[in-house]
Design a protein around this ligand. Structure first.
Ligand code: FAD
Ligand code: SIN
Length: 517
């Protein structure tokens, strides 16, 4: 058994920021980070637009950012949380810069601020169009400088260790004692005991076949927390990003940042008509829920598979400087941004709900914290404002660090059983996993997309039940593998999305059910 003060599950912005802060301030305490892929693989790494922070106090103000966040969240944000996150932004950005993250400056030497949908001012700090890559690089660099952090890549957290594993029957006051973790290289299962555990395991994009998220985004942390009986909320609020590069083969969709629309690009249908002004006065810069729903409507009307993003009227010298990654990626697909319109389509991008936490990141389970995209803080309400996610993770990682700096506690003396895989064997039929995964993704795409209906949601739950039973049976008789656990977790997450969709009786933000009109 491995014993640590802090176990962090995930190495994106949320997990790494917490680990760095804790290890810097408390050299006498130790932190172990487990992460299931390469150490930098995360949604964070692919963040493009940037971090929303109020820096220009002449044009902008905290009040304006607060208001934009509340409007985007469509009445379901927690105002106190919004105020706290927005006001902490500048301080948290300063820390990132102290850890040597670089952000673009303009010719006057001030931050070059971008704009995205739903923002009334220019306030998005960025590193070209690869902000997340830069943030991840800087944080990992700092992690490797700190001797009291151990980072285990290719280690997959299977389940949280709670009272249930200690054979306690108390369902009212559940505690977390760490996690069982699979070494993905040799198949060994570690028992990691920790005084406090932080879930920083990111989003759920892969539950849908069409997503901007990388393959790690399978909702593992949310599924683990759900099985451990933590409170999970707002799972119906899936954010579909309006402009993913159309990929006729499905799977991963490369993102065309909203900052491109902030830079002046137009959305057009096949016949060249610029349709967004018909839907919202803010046109292409309406919040994401509105732009995605408008595109969905255009596609349903025309029967087309995609719309287009037109950048041909923009200053191409400036475009290439600001968006070199997007420019090059389009070129790879034989799209010359200077002359061609970019084919785009909405794709699943972000989960606004998740594991319910308080302002200190505490979940409903003792000694278990959650931070970043897997958590539900109250900041996003029914729809996240662009570039508020990296900000939220930075602010909450700090709050959790502060809470746990005060609450230093004695290590708990417990005997925790090792993982028991008696009676299981190495799965022979991997095809079953692939088949069920495809079926799950297809049903989420077809029945639980941008526009839902009660009939489709009921159909989805009936089909999901069949997949659930098959996967659970397979899981019970098989030795643990990453793909099997991920599938099981995605089935759990899909169940939460569908059942919470059925409970939502109002159309708000990213949730639209045609029976609620
Ligand atoms: P992640 O960065 O996803 O990290 C999760 C970590 O957990 C990963 O290391 C993963 O491997 C690990 N993990 C997961 N499950 C397990 C397990 N079972 N065991 C061990 N490890 C596990 N937001 C913005 O604010 N601004 C932007 O410009 C922006 N652009 C985006 C562009 C794209 C293409 C995408 C996909 C998202 C974007 N977002 C943006 C959203 C933002 O990037 C994410 O919400 C944020 O980075 C999430 O950070 P995180 O630390 O919570 O999770
Ligand atoms: C983007 O660059 O469009 C993504 C920004 C975000 O998800 O906040």
């Amino acid at each position: 058994m491995v014993e640590k003060n802090f176990l962090v599950i995930g190495s994106g912005v949320a997990g790494l920021t917490f680990a760095v802060k804790m290890a810097e301030k408390h050299p006498d305490r130790n932190v172990i980070i487990v992460t299931k892929g390469d150490e930098d693989e995360s949604n964070t790494k692919y963040a493009q637009g940037g971090i929303a922070v109020v820096l220009d106090m002449e044009e902008d103000s905290f009040q304006k950012h607060i208001q934009d966040t509340l409007i985007a969240g469509d009445g379901l944000c927690d105002r106190e949380v919004v105020e706290m996150v927005v006001k902490e932004g500048p301080q948290r950005l300063k820390e990132l810069i102290a850890w040597e993250a670089n952000f673009d400056l303009n010719s006057e030497g001030d931050f070059d601020l971008g704009k995205e949908g739903g923002h009334s001012e220019y306030r998005v700090v960025h590193h070209k169009d690869v902000t997340g890559y830069e943030v991840e690089r800087a944080l990992l660099q700092r992690v490797h400088q700190l001797p009291n952090i151990e980072l285990l890549s290719h280690h997959f957290a299977i389940d949280l260790i709670t009272d249930h594993h200690l054979n306690s029957k108390n369902d009212n006051d559940i505690s977390c004692y760490g996690a069982y973790v699979l070494n993905q290289k040799n198949g060994e299962i570690l028992t990691i005991k920790a005084d406090n555990t932080l879930l920083a395991s990111g989003g759920i994009g892969r539950v849908y076949g069409h997503t901007t998220n990388p393959i790690i985004a399978t909702g593992d942390g949310i599924a683990m927390a759900y099985r451990a009986k933590a409170k999970i909320k707002d799972m119906e609020f899936i954010q579909f990003h309006p402009t993913a590069l159309y990929n006729p083969e499905g799977g991963s969709y490369f993102l065309i940042s909203e900052a491109v629309r902030g830079f002046g690009a137009y959305l057009r249908n096949k016949s060249g008509y610029r349709f967004m002004p018909d839907y919202d006065d803010r046109a292409e810069l309406a919040s994401r829920d509105i732009v995605s729903q408008s595109i969905d409507n255009e596609l349903k009307k025309s029967g087309d598979s995609h719309v287009f993003l037109d950048c041909t009227h923009l200053d191409m010298v400036a475009f290439k400087k600001h968006f070199p990654n997007i420019y090059d990626k389009c070129k790879e697909y034989h799209i010359d941004v200077e002359k061609d319109w970019i084919p785009v389509v909405p794709a699943s991008h972000y989960l606004c709900g998740g594991i319910v936490v308080d302002k200190q990141g505490k979940t409903s389970i003792s000694n278990l914290y959650a931070c970043g995209e897997c958590s539900k803080t109250g900041l996003h309400g029914a729809n996240r404002l662009a570039s508020n996610s990296l900000l939220e993770a930075l602010v909450y990682a700090h709050n959790i660090f502060k809470a746990l700096s005060v609450d230093s506690q004695e290590s708990r003396q417990l005997s925790i059983p090792d993982w028991n895989d008696e009676g299981t064997s190495i799965p022979k039929e991997h095809i079953l996993i692939q088949h069920n995964l495809k079926e799950l993704q297809a049903l989420m795409r077809d029945y639980v997309g941008i526009v839902r209906s009660n009939k489709r949601l009921h159909k989805a739950i009936t089909r999901l039940d069949l997949i659930y039973n098959e996967v659970e049976e397979f899981y019970k008789e098989s030795k643990i593998t990453t793909t099997l656990c991920e599938l099981r977790n995605m089935v759990n997450v899909a169940h939460l999305i569908i059942s919470q969709s059925l409970e939502q009786k109002e159309n708000r933000g990213g949730y639209f059910n045609s029976d609620n009109i």
